[in-house]
Design a binder for this molecule. Structure first.
Ligand code: HEM
Length: 516
């Protein structure tokens, strides 16, 4: 076969044609690989198997989400394997497996090792490095968000509303105008601006959140880290760090953010060592301070280390929420039939209740939950890396270095878990009898082993209450103050990269101030 290909190359003198033929052949093989007659042929040749596995691993980069969905559909609830260019991902779906992942000791299955692989922090975040085993140095950042941020949500709502209102207005004012008076807003870019400004107002002191250079760096940082980390993961070690630097202008956004944060954190850390009466000023009430206050007491973290932690939490808080906001708005304006009743809810006393407690608005909550279910941008959850061979009680092995994950996007699109799962029903999660207990149990921010959007068991997203409040405030502002229409989307609304479905930059919303 290889000789034949060489002959063909010599005949044609066109390597690109040959490359196309090889890709085509590999594609046909990948499609046919499950047919018994092909399996026989393939299994006779170790070379072919290796080549095919490599091809599937690279195919995964641009088709990971679809590959997982296809394999899930064939798996009938059994574990299956997805190959990536770096490793093997073992997918499990049963609640018994999920519970065992949750209970696994931290020296066996690690979330931090997964995060490190994703972000390559040593190369992309100013040399910042955290331990493989989550919790070994405490989980102060989780407490800071879960307890301090969540507890302050009702008092933060006026500030969040103002920032969101201002930023949406800025997006509309700056938008290109159509002849008939609509502003055309690139939705994903606008969502990133809105979430960046909102999160900045919560995490950072005013001197930073009102500084355009800092805000720009904070906006660009997650994408720069993502690009740089992907380059480092995919390309050969010899050239990858150089190309990552080139692609991110020498990690510019990371450096700018770091340089702005360092003196602020240093000053705050010095003050926190003094007795309260000697500090001379009231303790700031923002994310930076919450993270300083919850650093593990037995560790003495350097300023650099703390800045690294803050930037890591910043990464997690921004891109997930910006994508969820984009899809929530796409879902809202793809289904204008919900607008009237959502507006009615916002005109009722329920909106005041939400503003004073940060909870409520059941109709909007249900709509957003349905959006999170069908427009989940991450195909897998509960991802852990095996730090040593890990064996489930039924014998399933996760070899050292590989990942175990739950394909929760496919599960949420499965009729066995949600009746008529492919149908978008914005009222799906409204309880028949809206008792306080029933409303509480069906809320978007609830975590459970049946609702894996926030993770499972001991490791669930501490920012979920905040995320839901921001989503509701953005939708509320859009519904109350603007009329909007989604421009027709040509092709798919998202681009796949590994397991993620990232909204396309070309999705455009036509917006104009609402005439009441
Ligand atoms: C819609 C937006 C969001 C989604 C869907 C989301 C989802 C998740 C998930 C699934 C996990 C668990 C990871 C795993 O087990 O694999 C997680 C963890 C985490 N999230 Fe979020 N998140 C969102 C927004 C936020 C925000 C806004 C913040 C910060 C304010 C945040 C902070 C964190 C942190 C610190 C962790 C690590 C928790 C730990 O190690 O115990 N997230 N998130």
């Amino acid at each position: 076969m290889i000789n034949m290909l060489q002959d063909l190359v010599q005949e044609l003198h066109q390597p690109s044609v040959v490359f196309g033929l090889v890709c085509g052949l590999l594609y046909i093989l990948s499609v046919c690989k499950d047919r018994p007659q092909f399996q026989k042929v393939i299994s006779t040749s170790r070379i072919w198997t290796t080549v095919l596995n490599k091809y599937l691993a690279y195919k995964y980069l641009l088709n990971g989400a679809s590959m997982i969905e296809e394999q899930y559909a064939q798996s009938n609830g059994q574990p299956f394997v997805i190959r990536t260019p770096e490793k093997m991902n073992i997918m499990v779906t049963s609640s018994a497996h999920i519970q065992e992942i949750d209970k696994a000791p931290r020296h066996q299955l690690s979330l931090h090792a997964v995060a490190k692989e994703f972000l390559q922090p040593k190369n992309t975040m100013n040399g910042f490095e955290w331990k493989d085993q989550r919790g070994i140095e405490g989980t102060g950042f989780v407490r800071a968000i879960r307890n301090l941020l969540t507890a302050r949500l009702p008092e933060l709502i006026p500030r969040l509303s103002t920032v969101i209102e201002d930023q949406i207005q800025a997006e509309v004012t700056q938008a290109k105008q159509t002849k008939d008076g609509w502003g055309r807003i690139p939705l994903f870019a606008a969502a990133k601006h809105i979430v960046t400004r909102t999160n900045c107002a919560v995490f950072f002191p005013a001197e930073l959140s009102s500084n355009p250079e800092f805000v720009q760096a904070a906006l660009e940082f997650p994408e720069d880290v993502f690009f740089a980390a992907e380059i480092i993961r995919i390309l050969p070690r010899g050239i990858a760090p150089f190309l990552a630097k080139l692609a991110t202008k020498n990690h510019k956004s990371t450096t700018v953010m770091y340089n702005f944060l360092y003196p602020v954190v240093q000053k705050r850390m010095e003050l926190s060592c003094l007795a309260p009466e000697l500090r001379g000023e009231e303790e700031p009430n923002d994310g930076v301070q919450w993270l300083i206050n919850t650093t593990p007491k037995r560790e003495s973290w350097s300023t650099s280390r703390l800045v690294g932690e803050i930037m890591a939490v910043w990464y997690g808080s921004l891109h997930t929420l910006a994508i969820a906001t984009t899809y929530a708005l796409v879902d809202l304006y793809s289904r204008p039939e919900y607008i009237k009743s959502l507006r009615a809810e916002l005109s009722s006393s329920m909106f005041f209740q939400f503003q004073s407690t940060s909870e409520g608005l059941p109709e909007m909550d249900s709509f957003l939950k349905e959006s999170a279910r069908l427009s989940a941008f991450e195909s897998t959850g509960v991802r852990r890396q095996a730090l040593e061979d890990f064996r489930f009680s039924d014998g399933l092995l996760v070899p050292k270095g590989s990942w175990v994950c739950v394909p929760h996007r496919a599960m949420m699109r499965d009729d066995r878990h949600f009746p008529e799962a492919d149908r978008f029903d914005g009222r799906r999660f409204l309880p028949r009898l809206p008792t306080p207990e029933a409303l509480e149990a069906s809320r978007l921010s609830q975590r459970s082993n049946e609702w894996l959007v926030w993770g499972a068991g001991r490791i669930t997203c501490p920012g979920r209450f905040y995320a839901v409040v921001v989503l509701k405030l953005v939708l509320a502002n859009m519904l109350q103050n603007y009329d909007a229409e989604l421009e027709p989307i040509k092709g798919s609304r998202s681009a796949q990269w590994r397991t993620a479905l990232i909204p396309r930059a070309g999705i455009t919303l036509k917006v104009k101030p609402r005439q009441i």
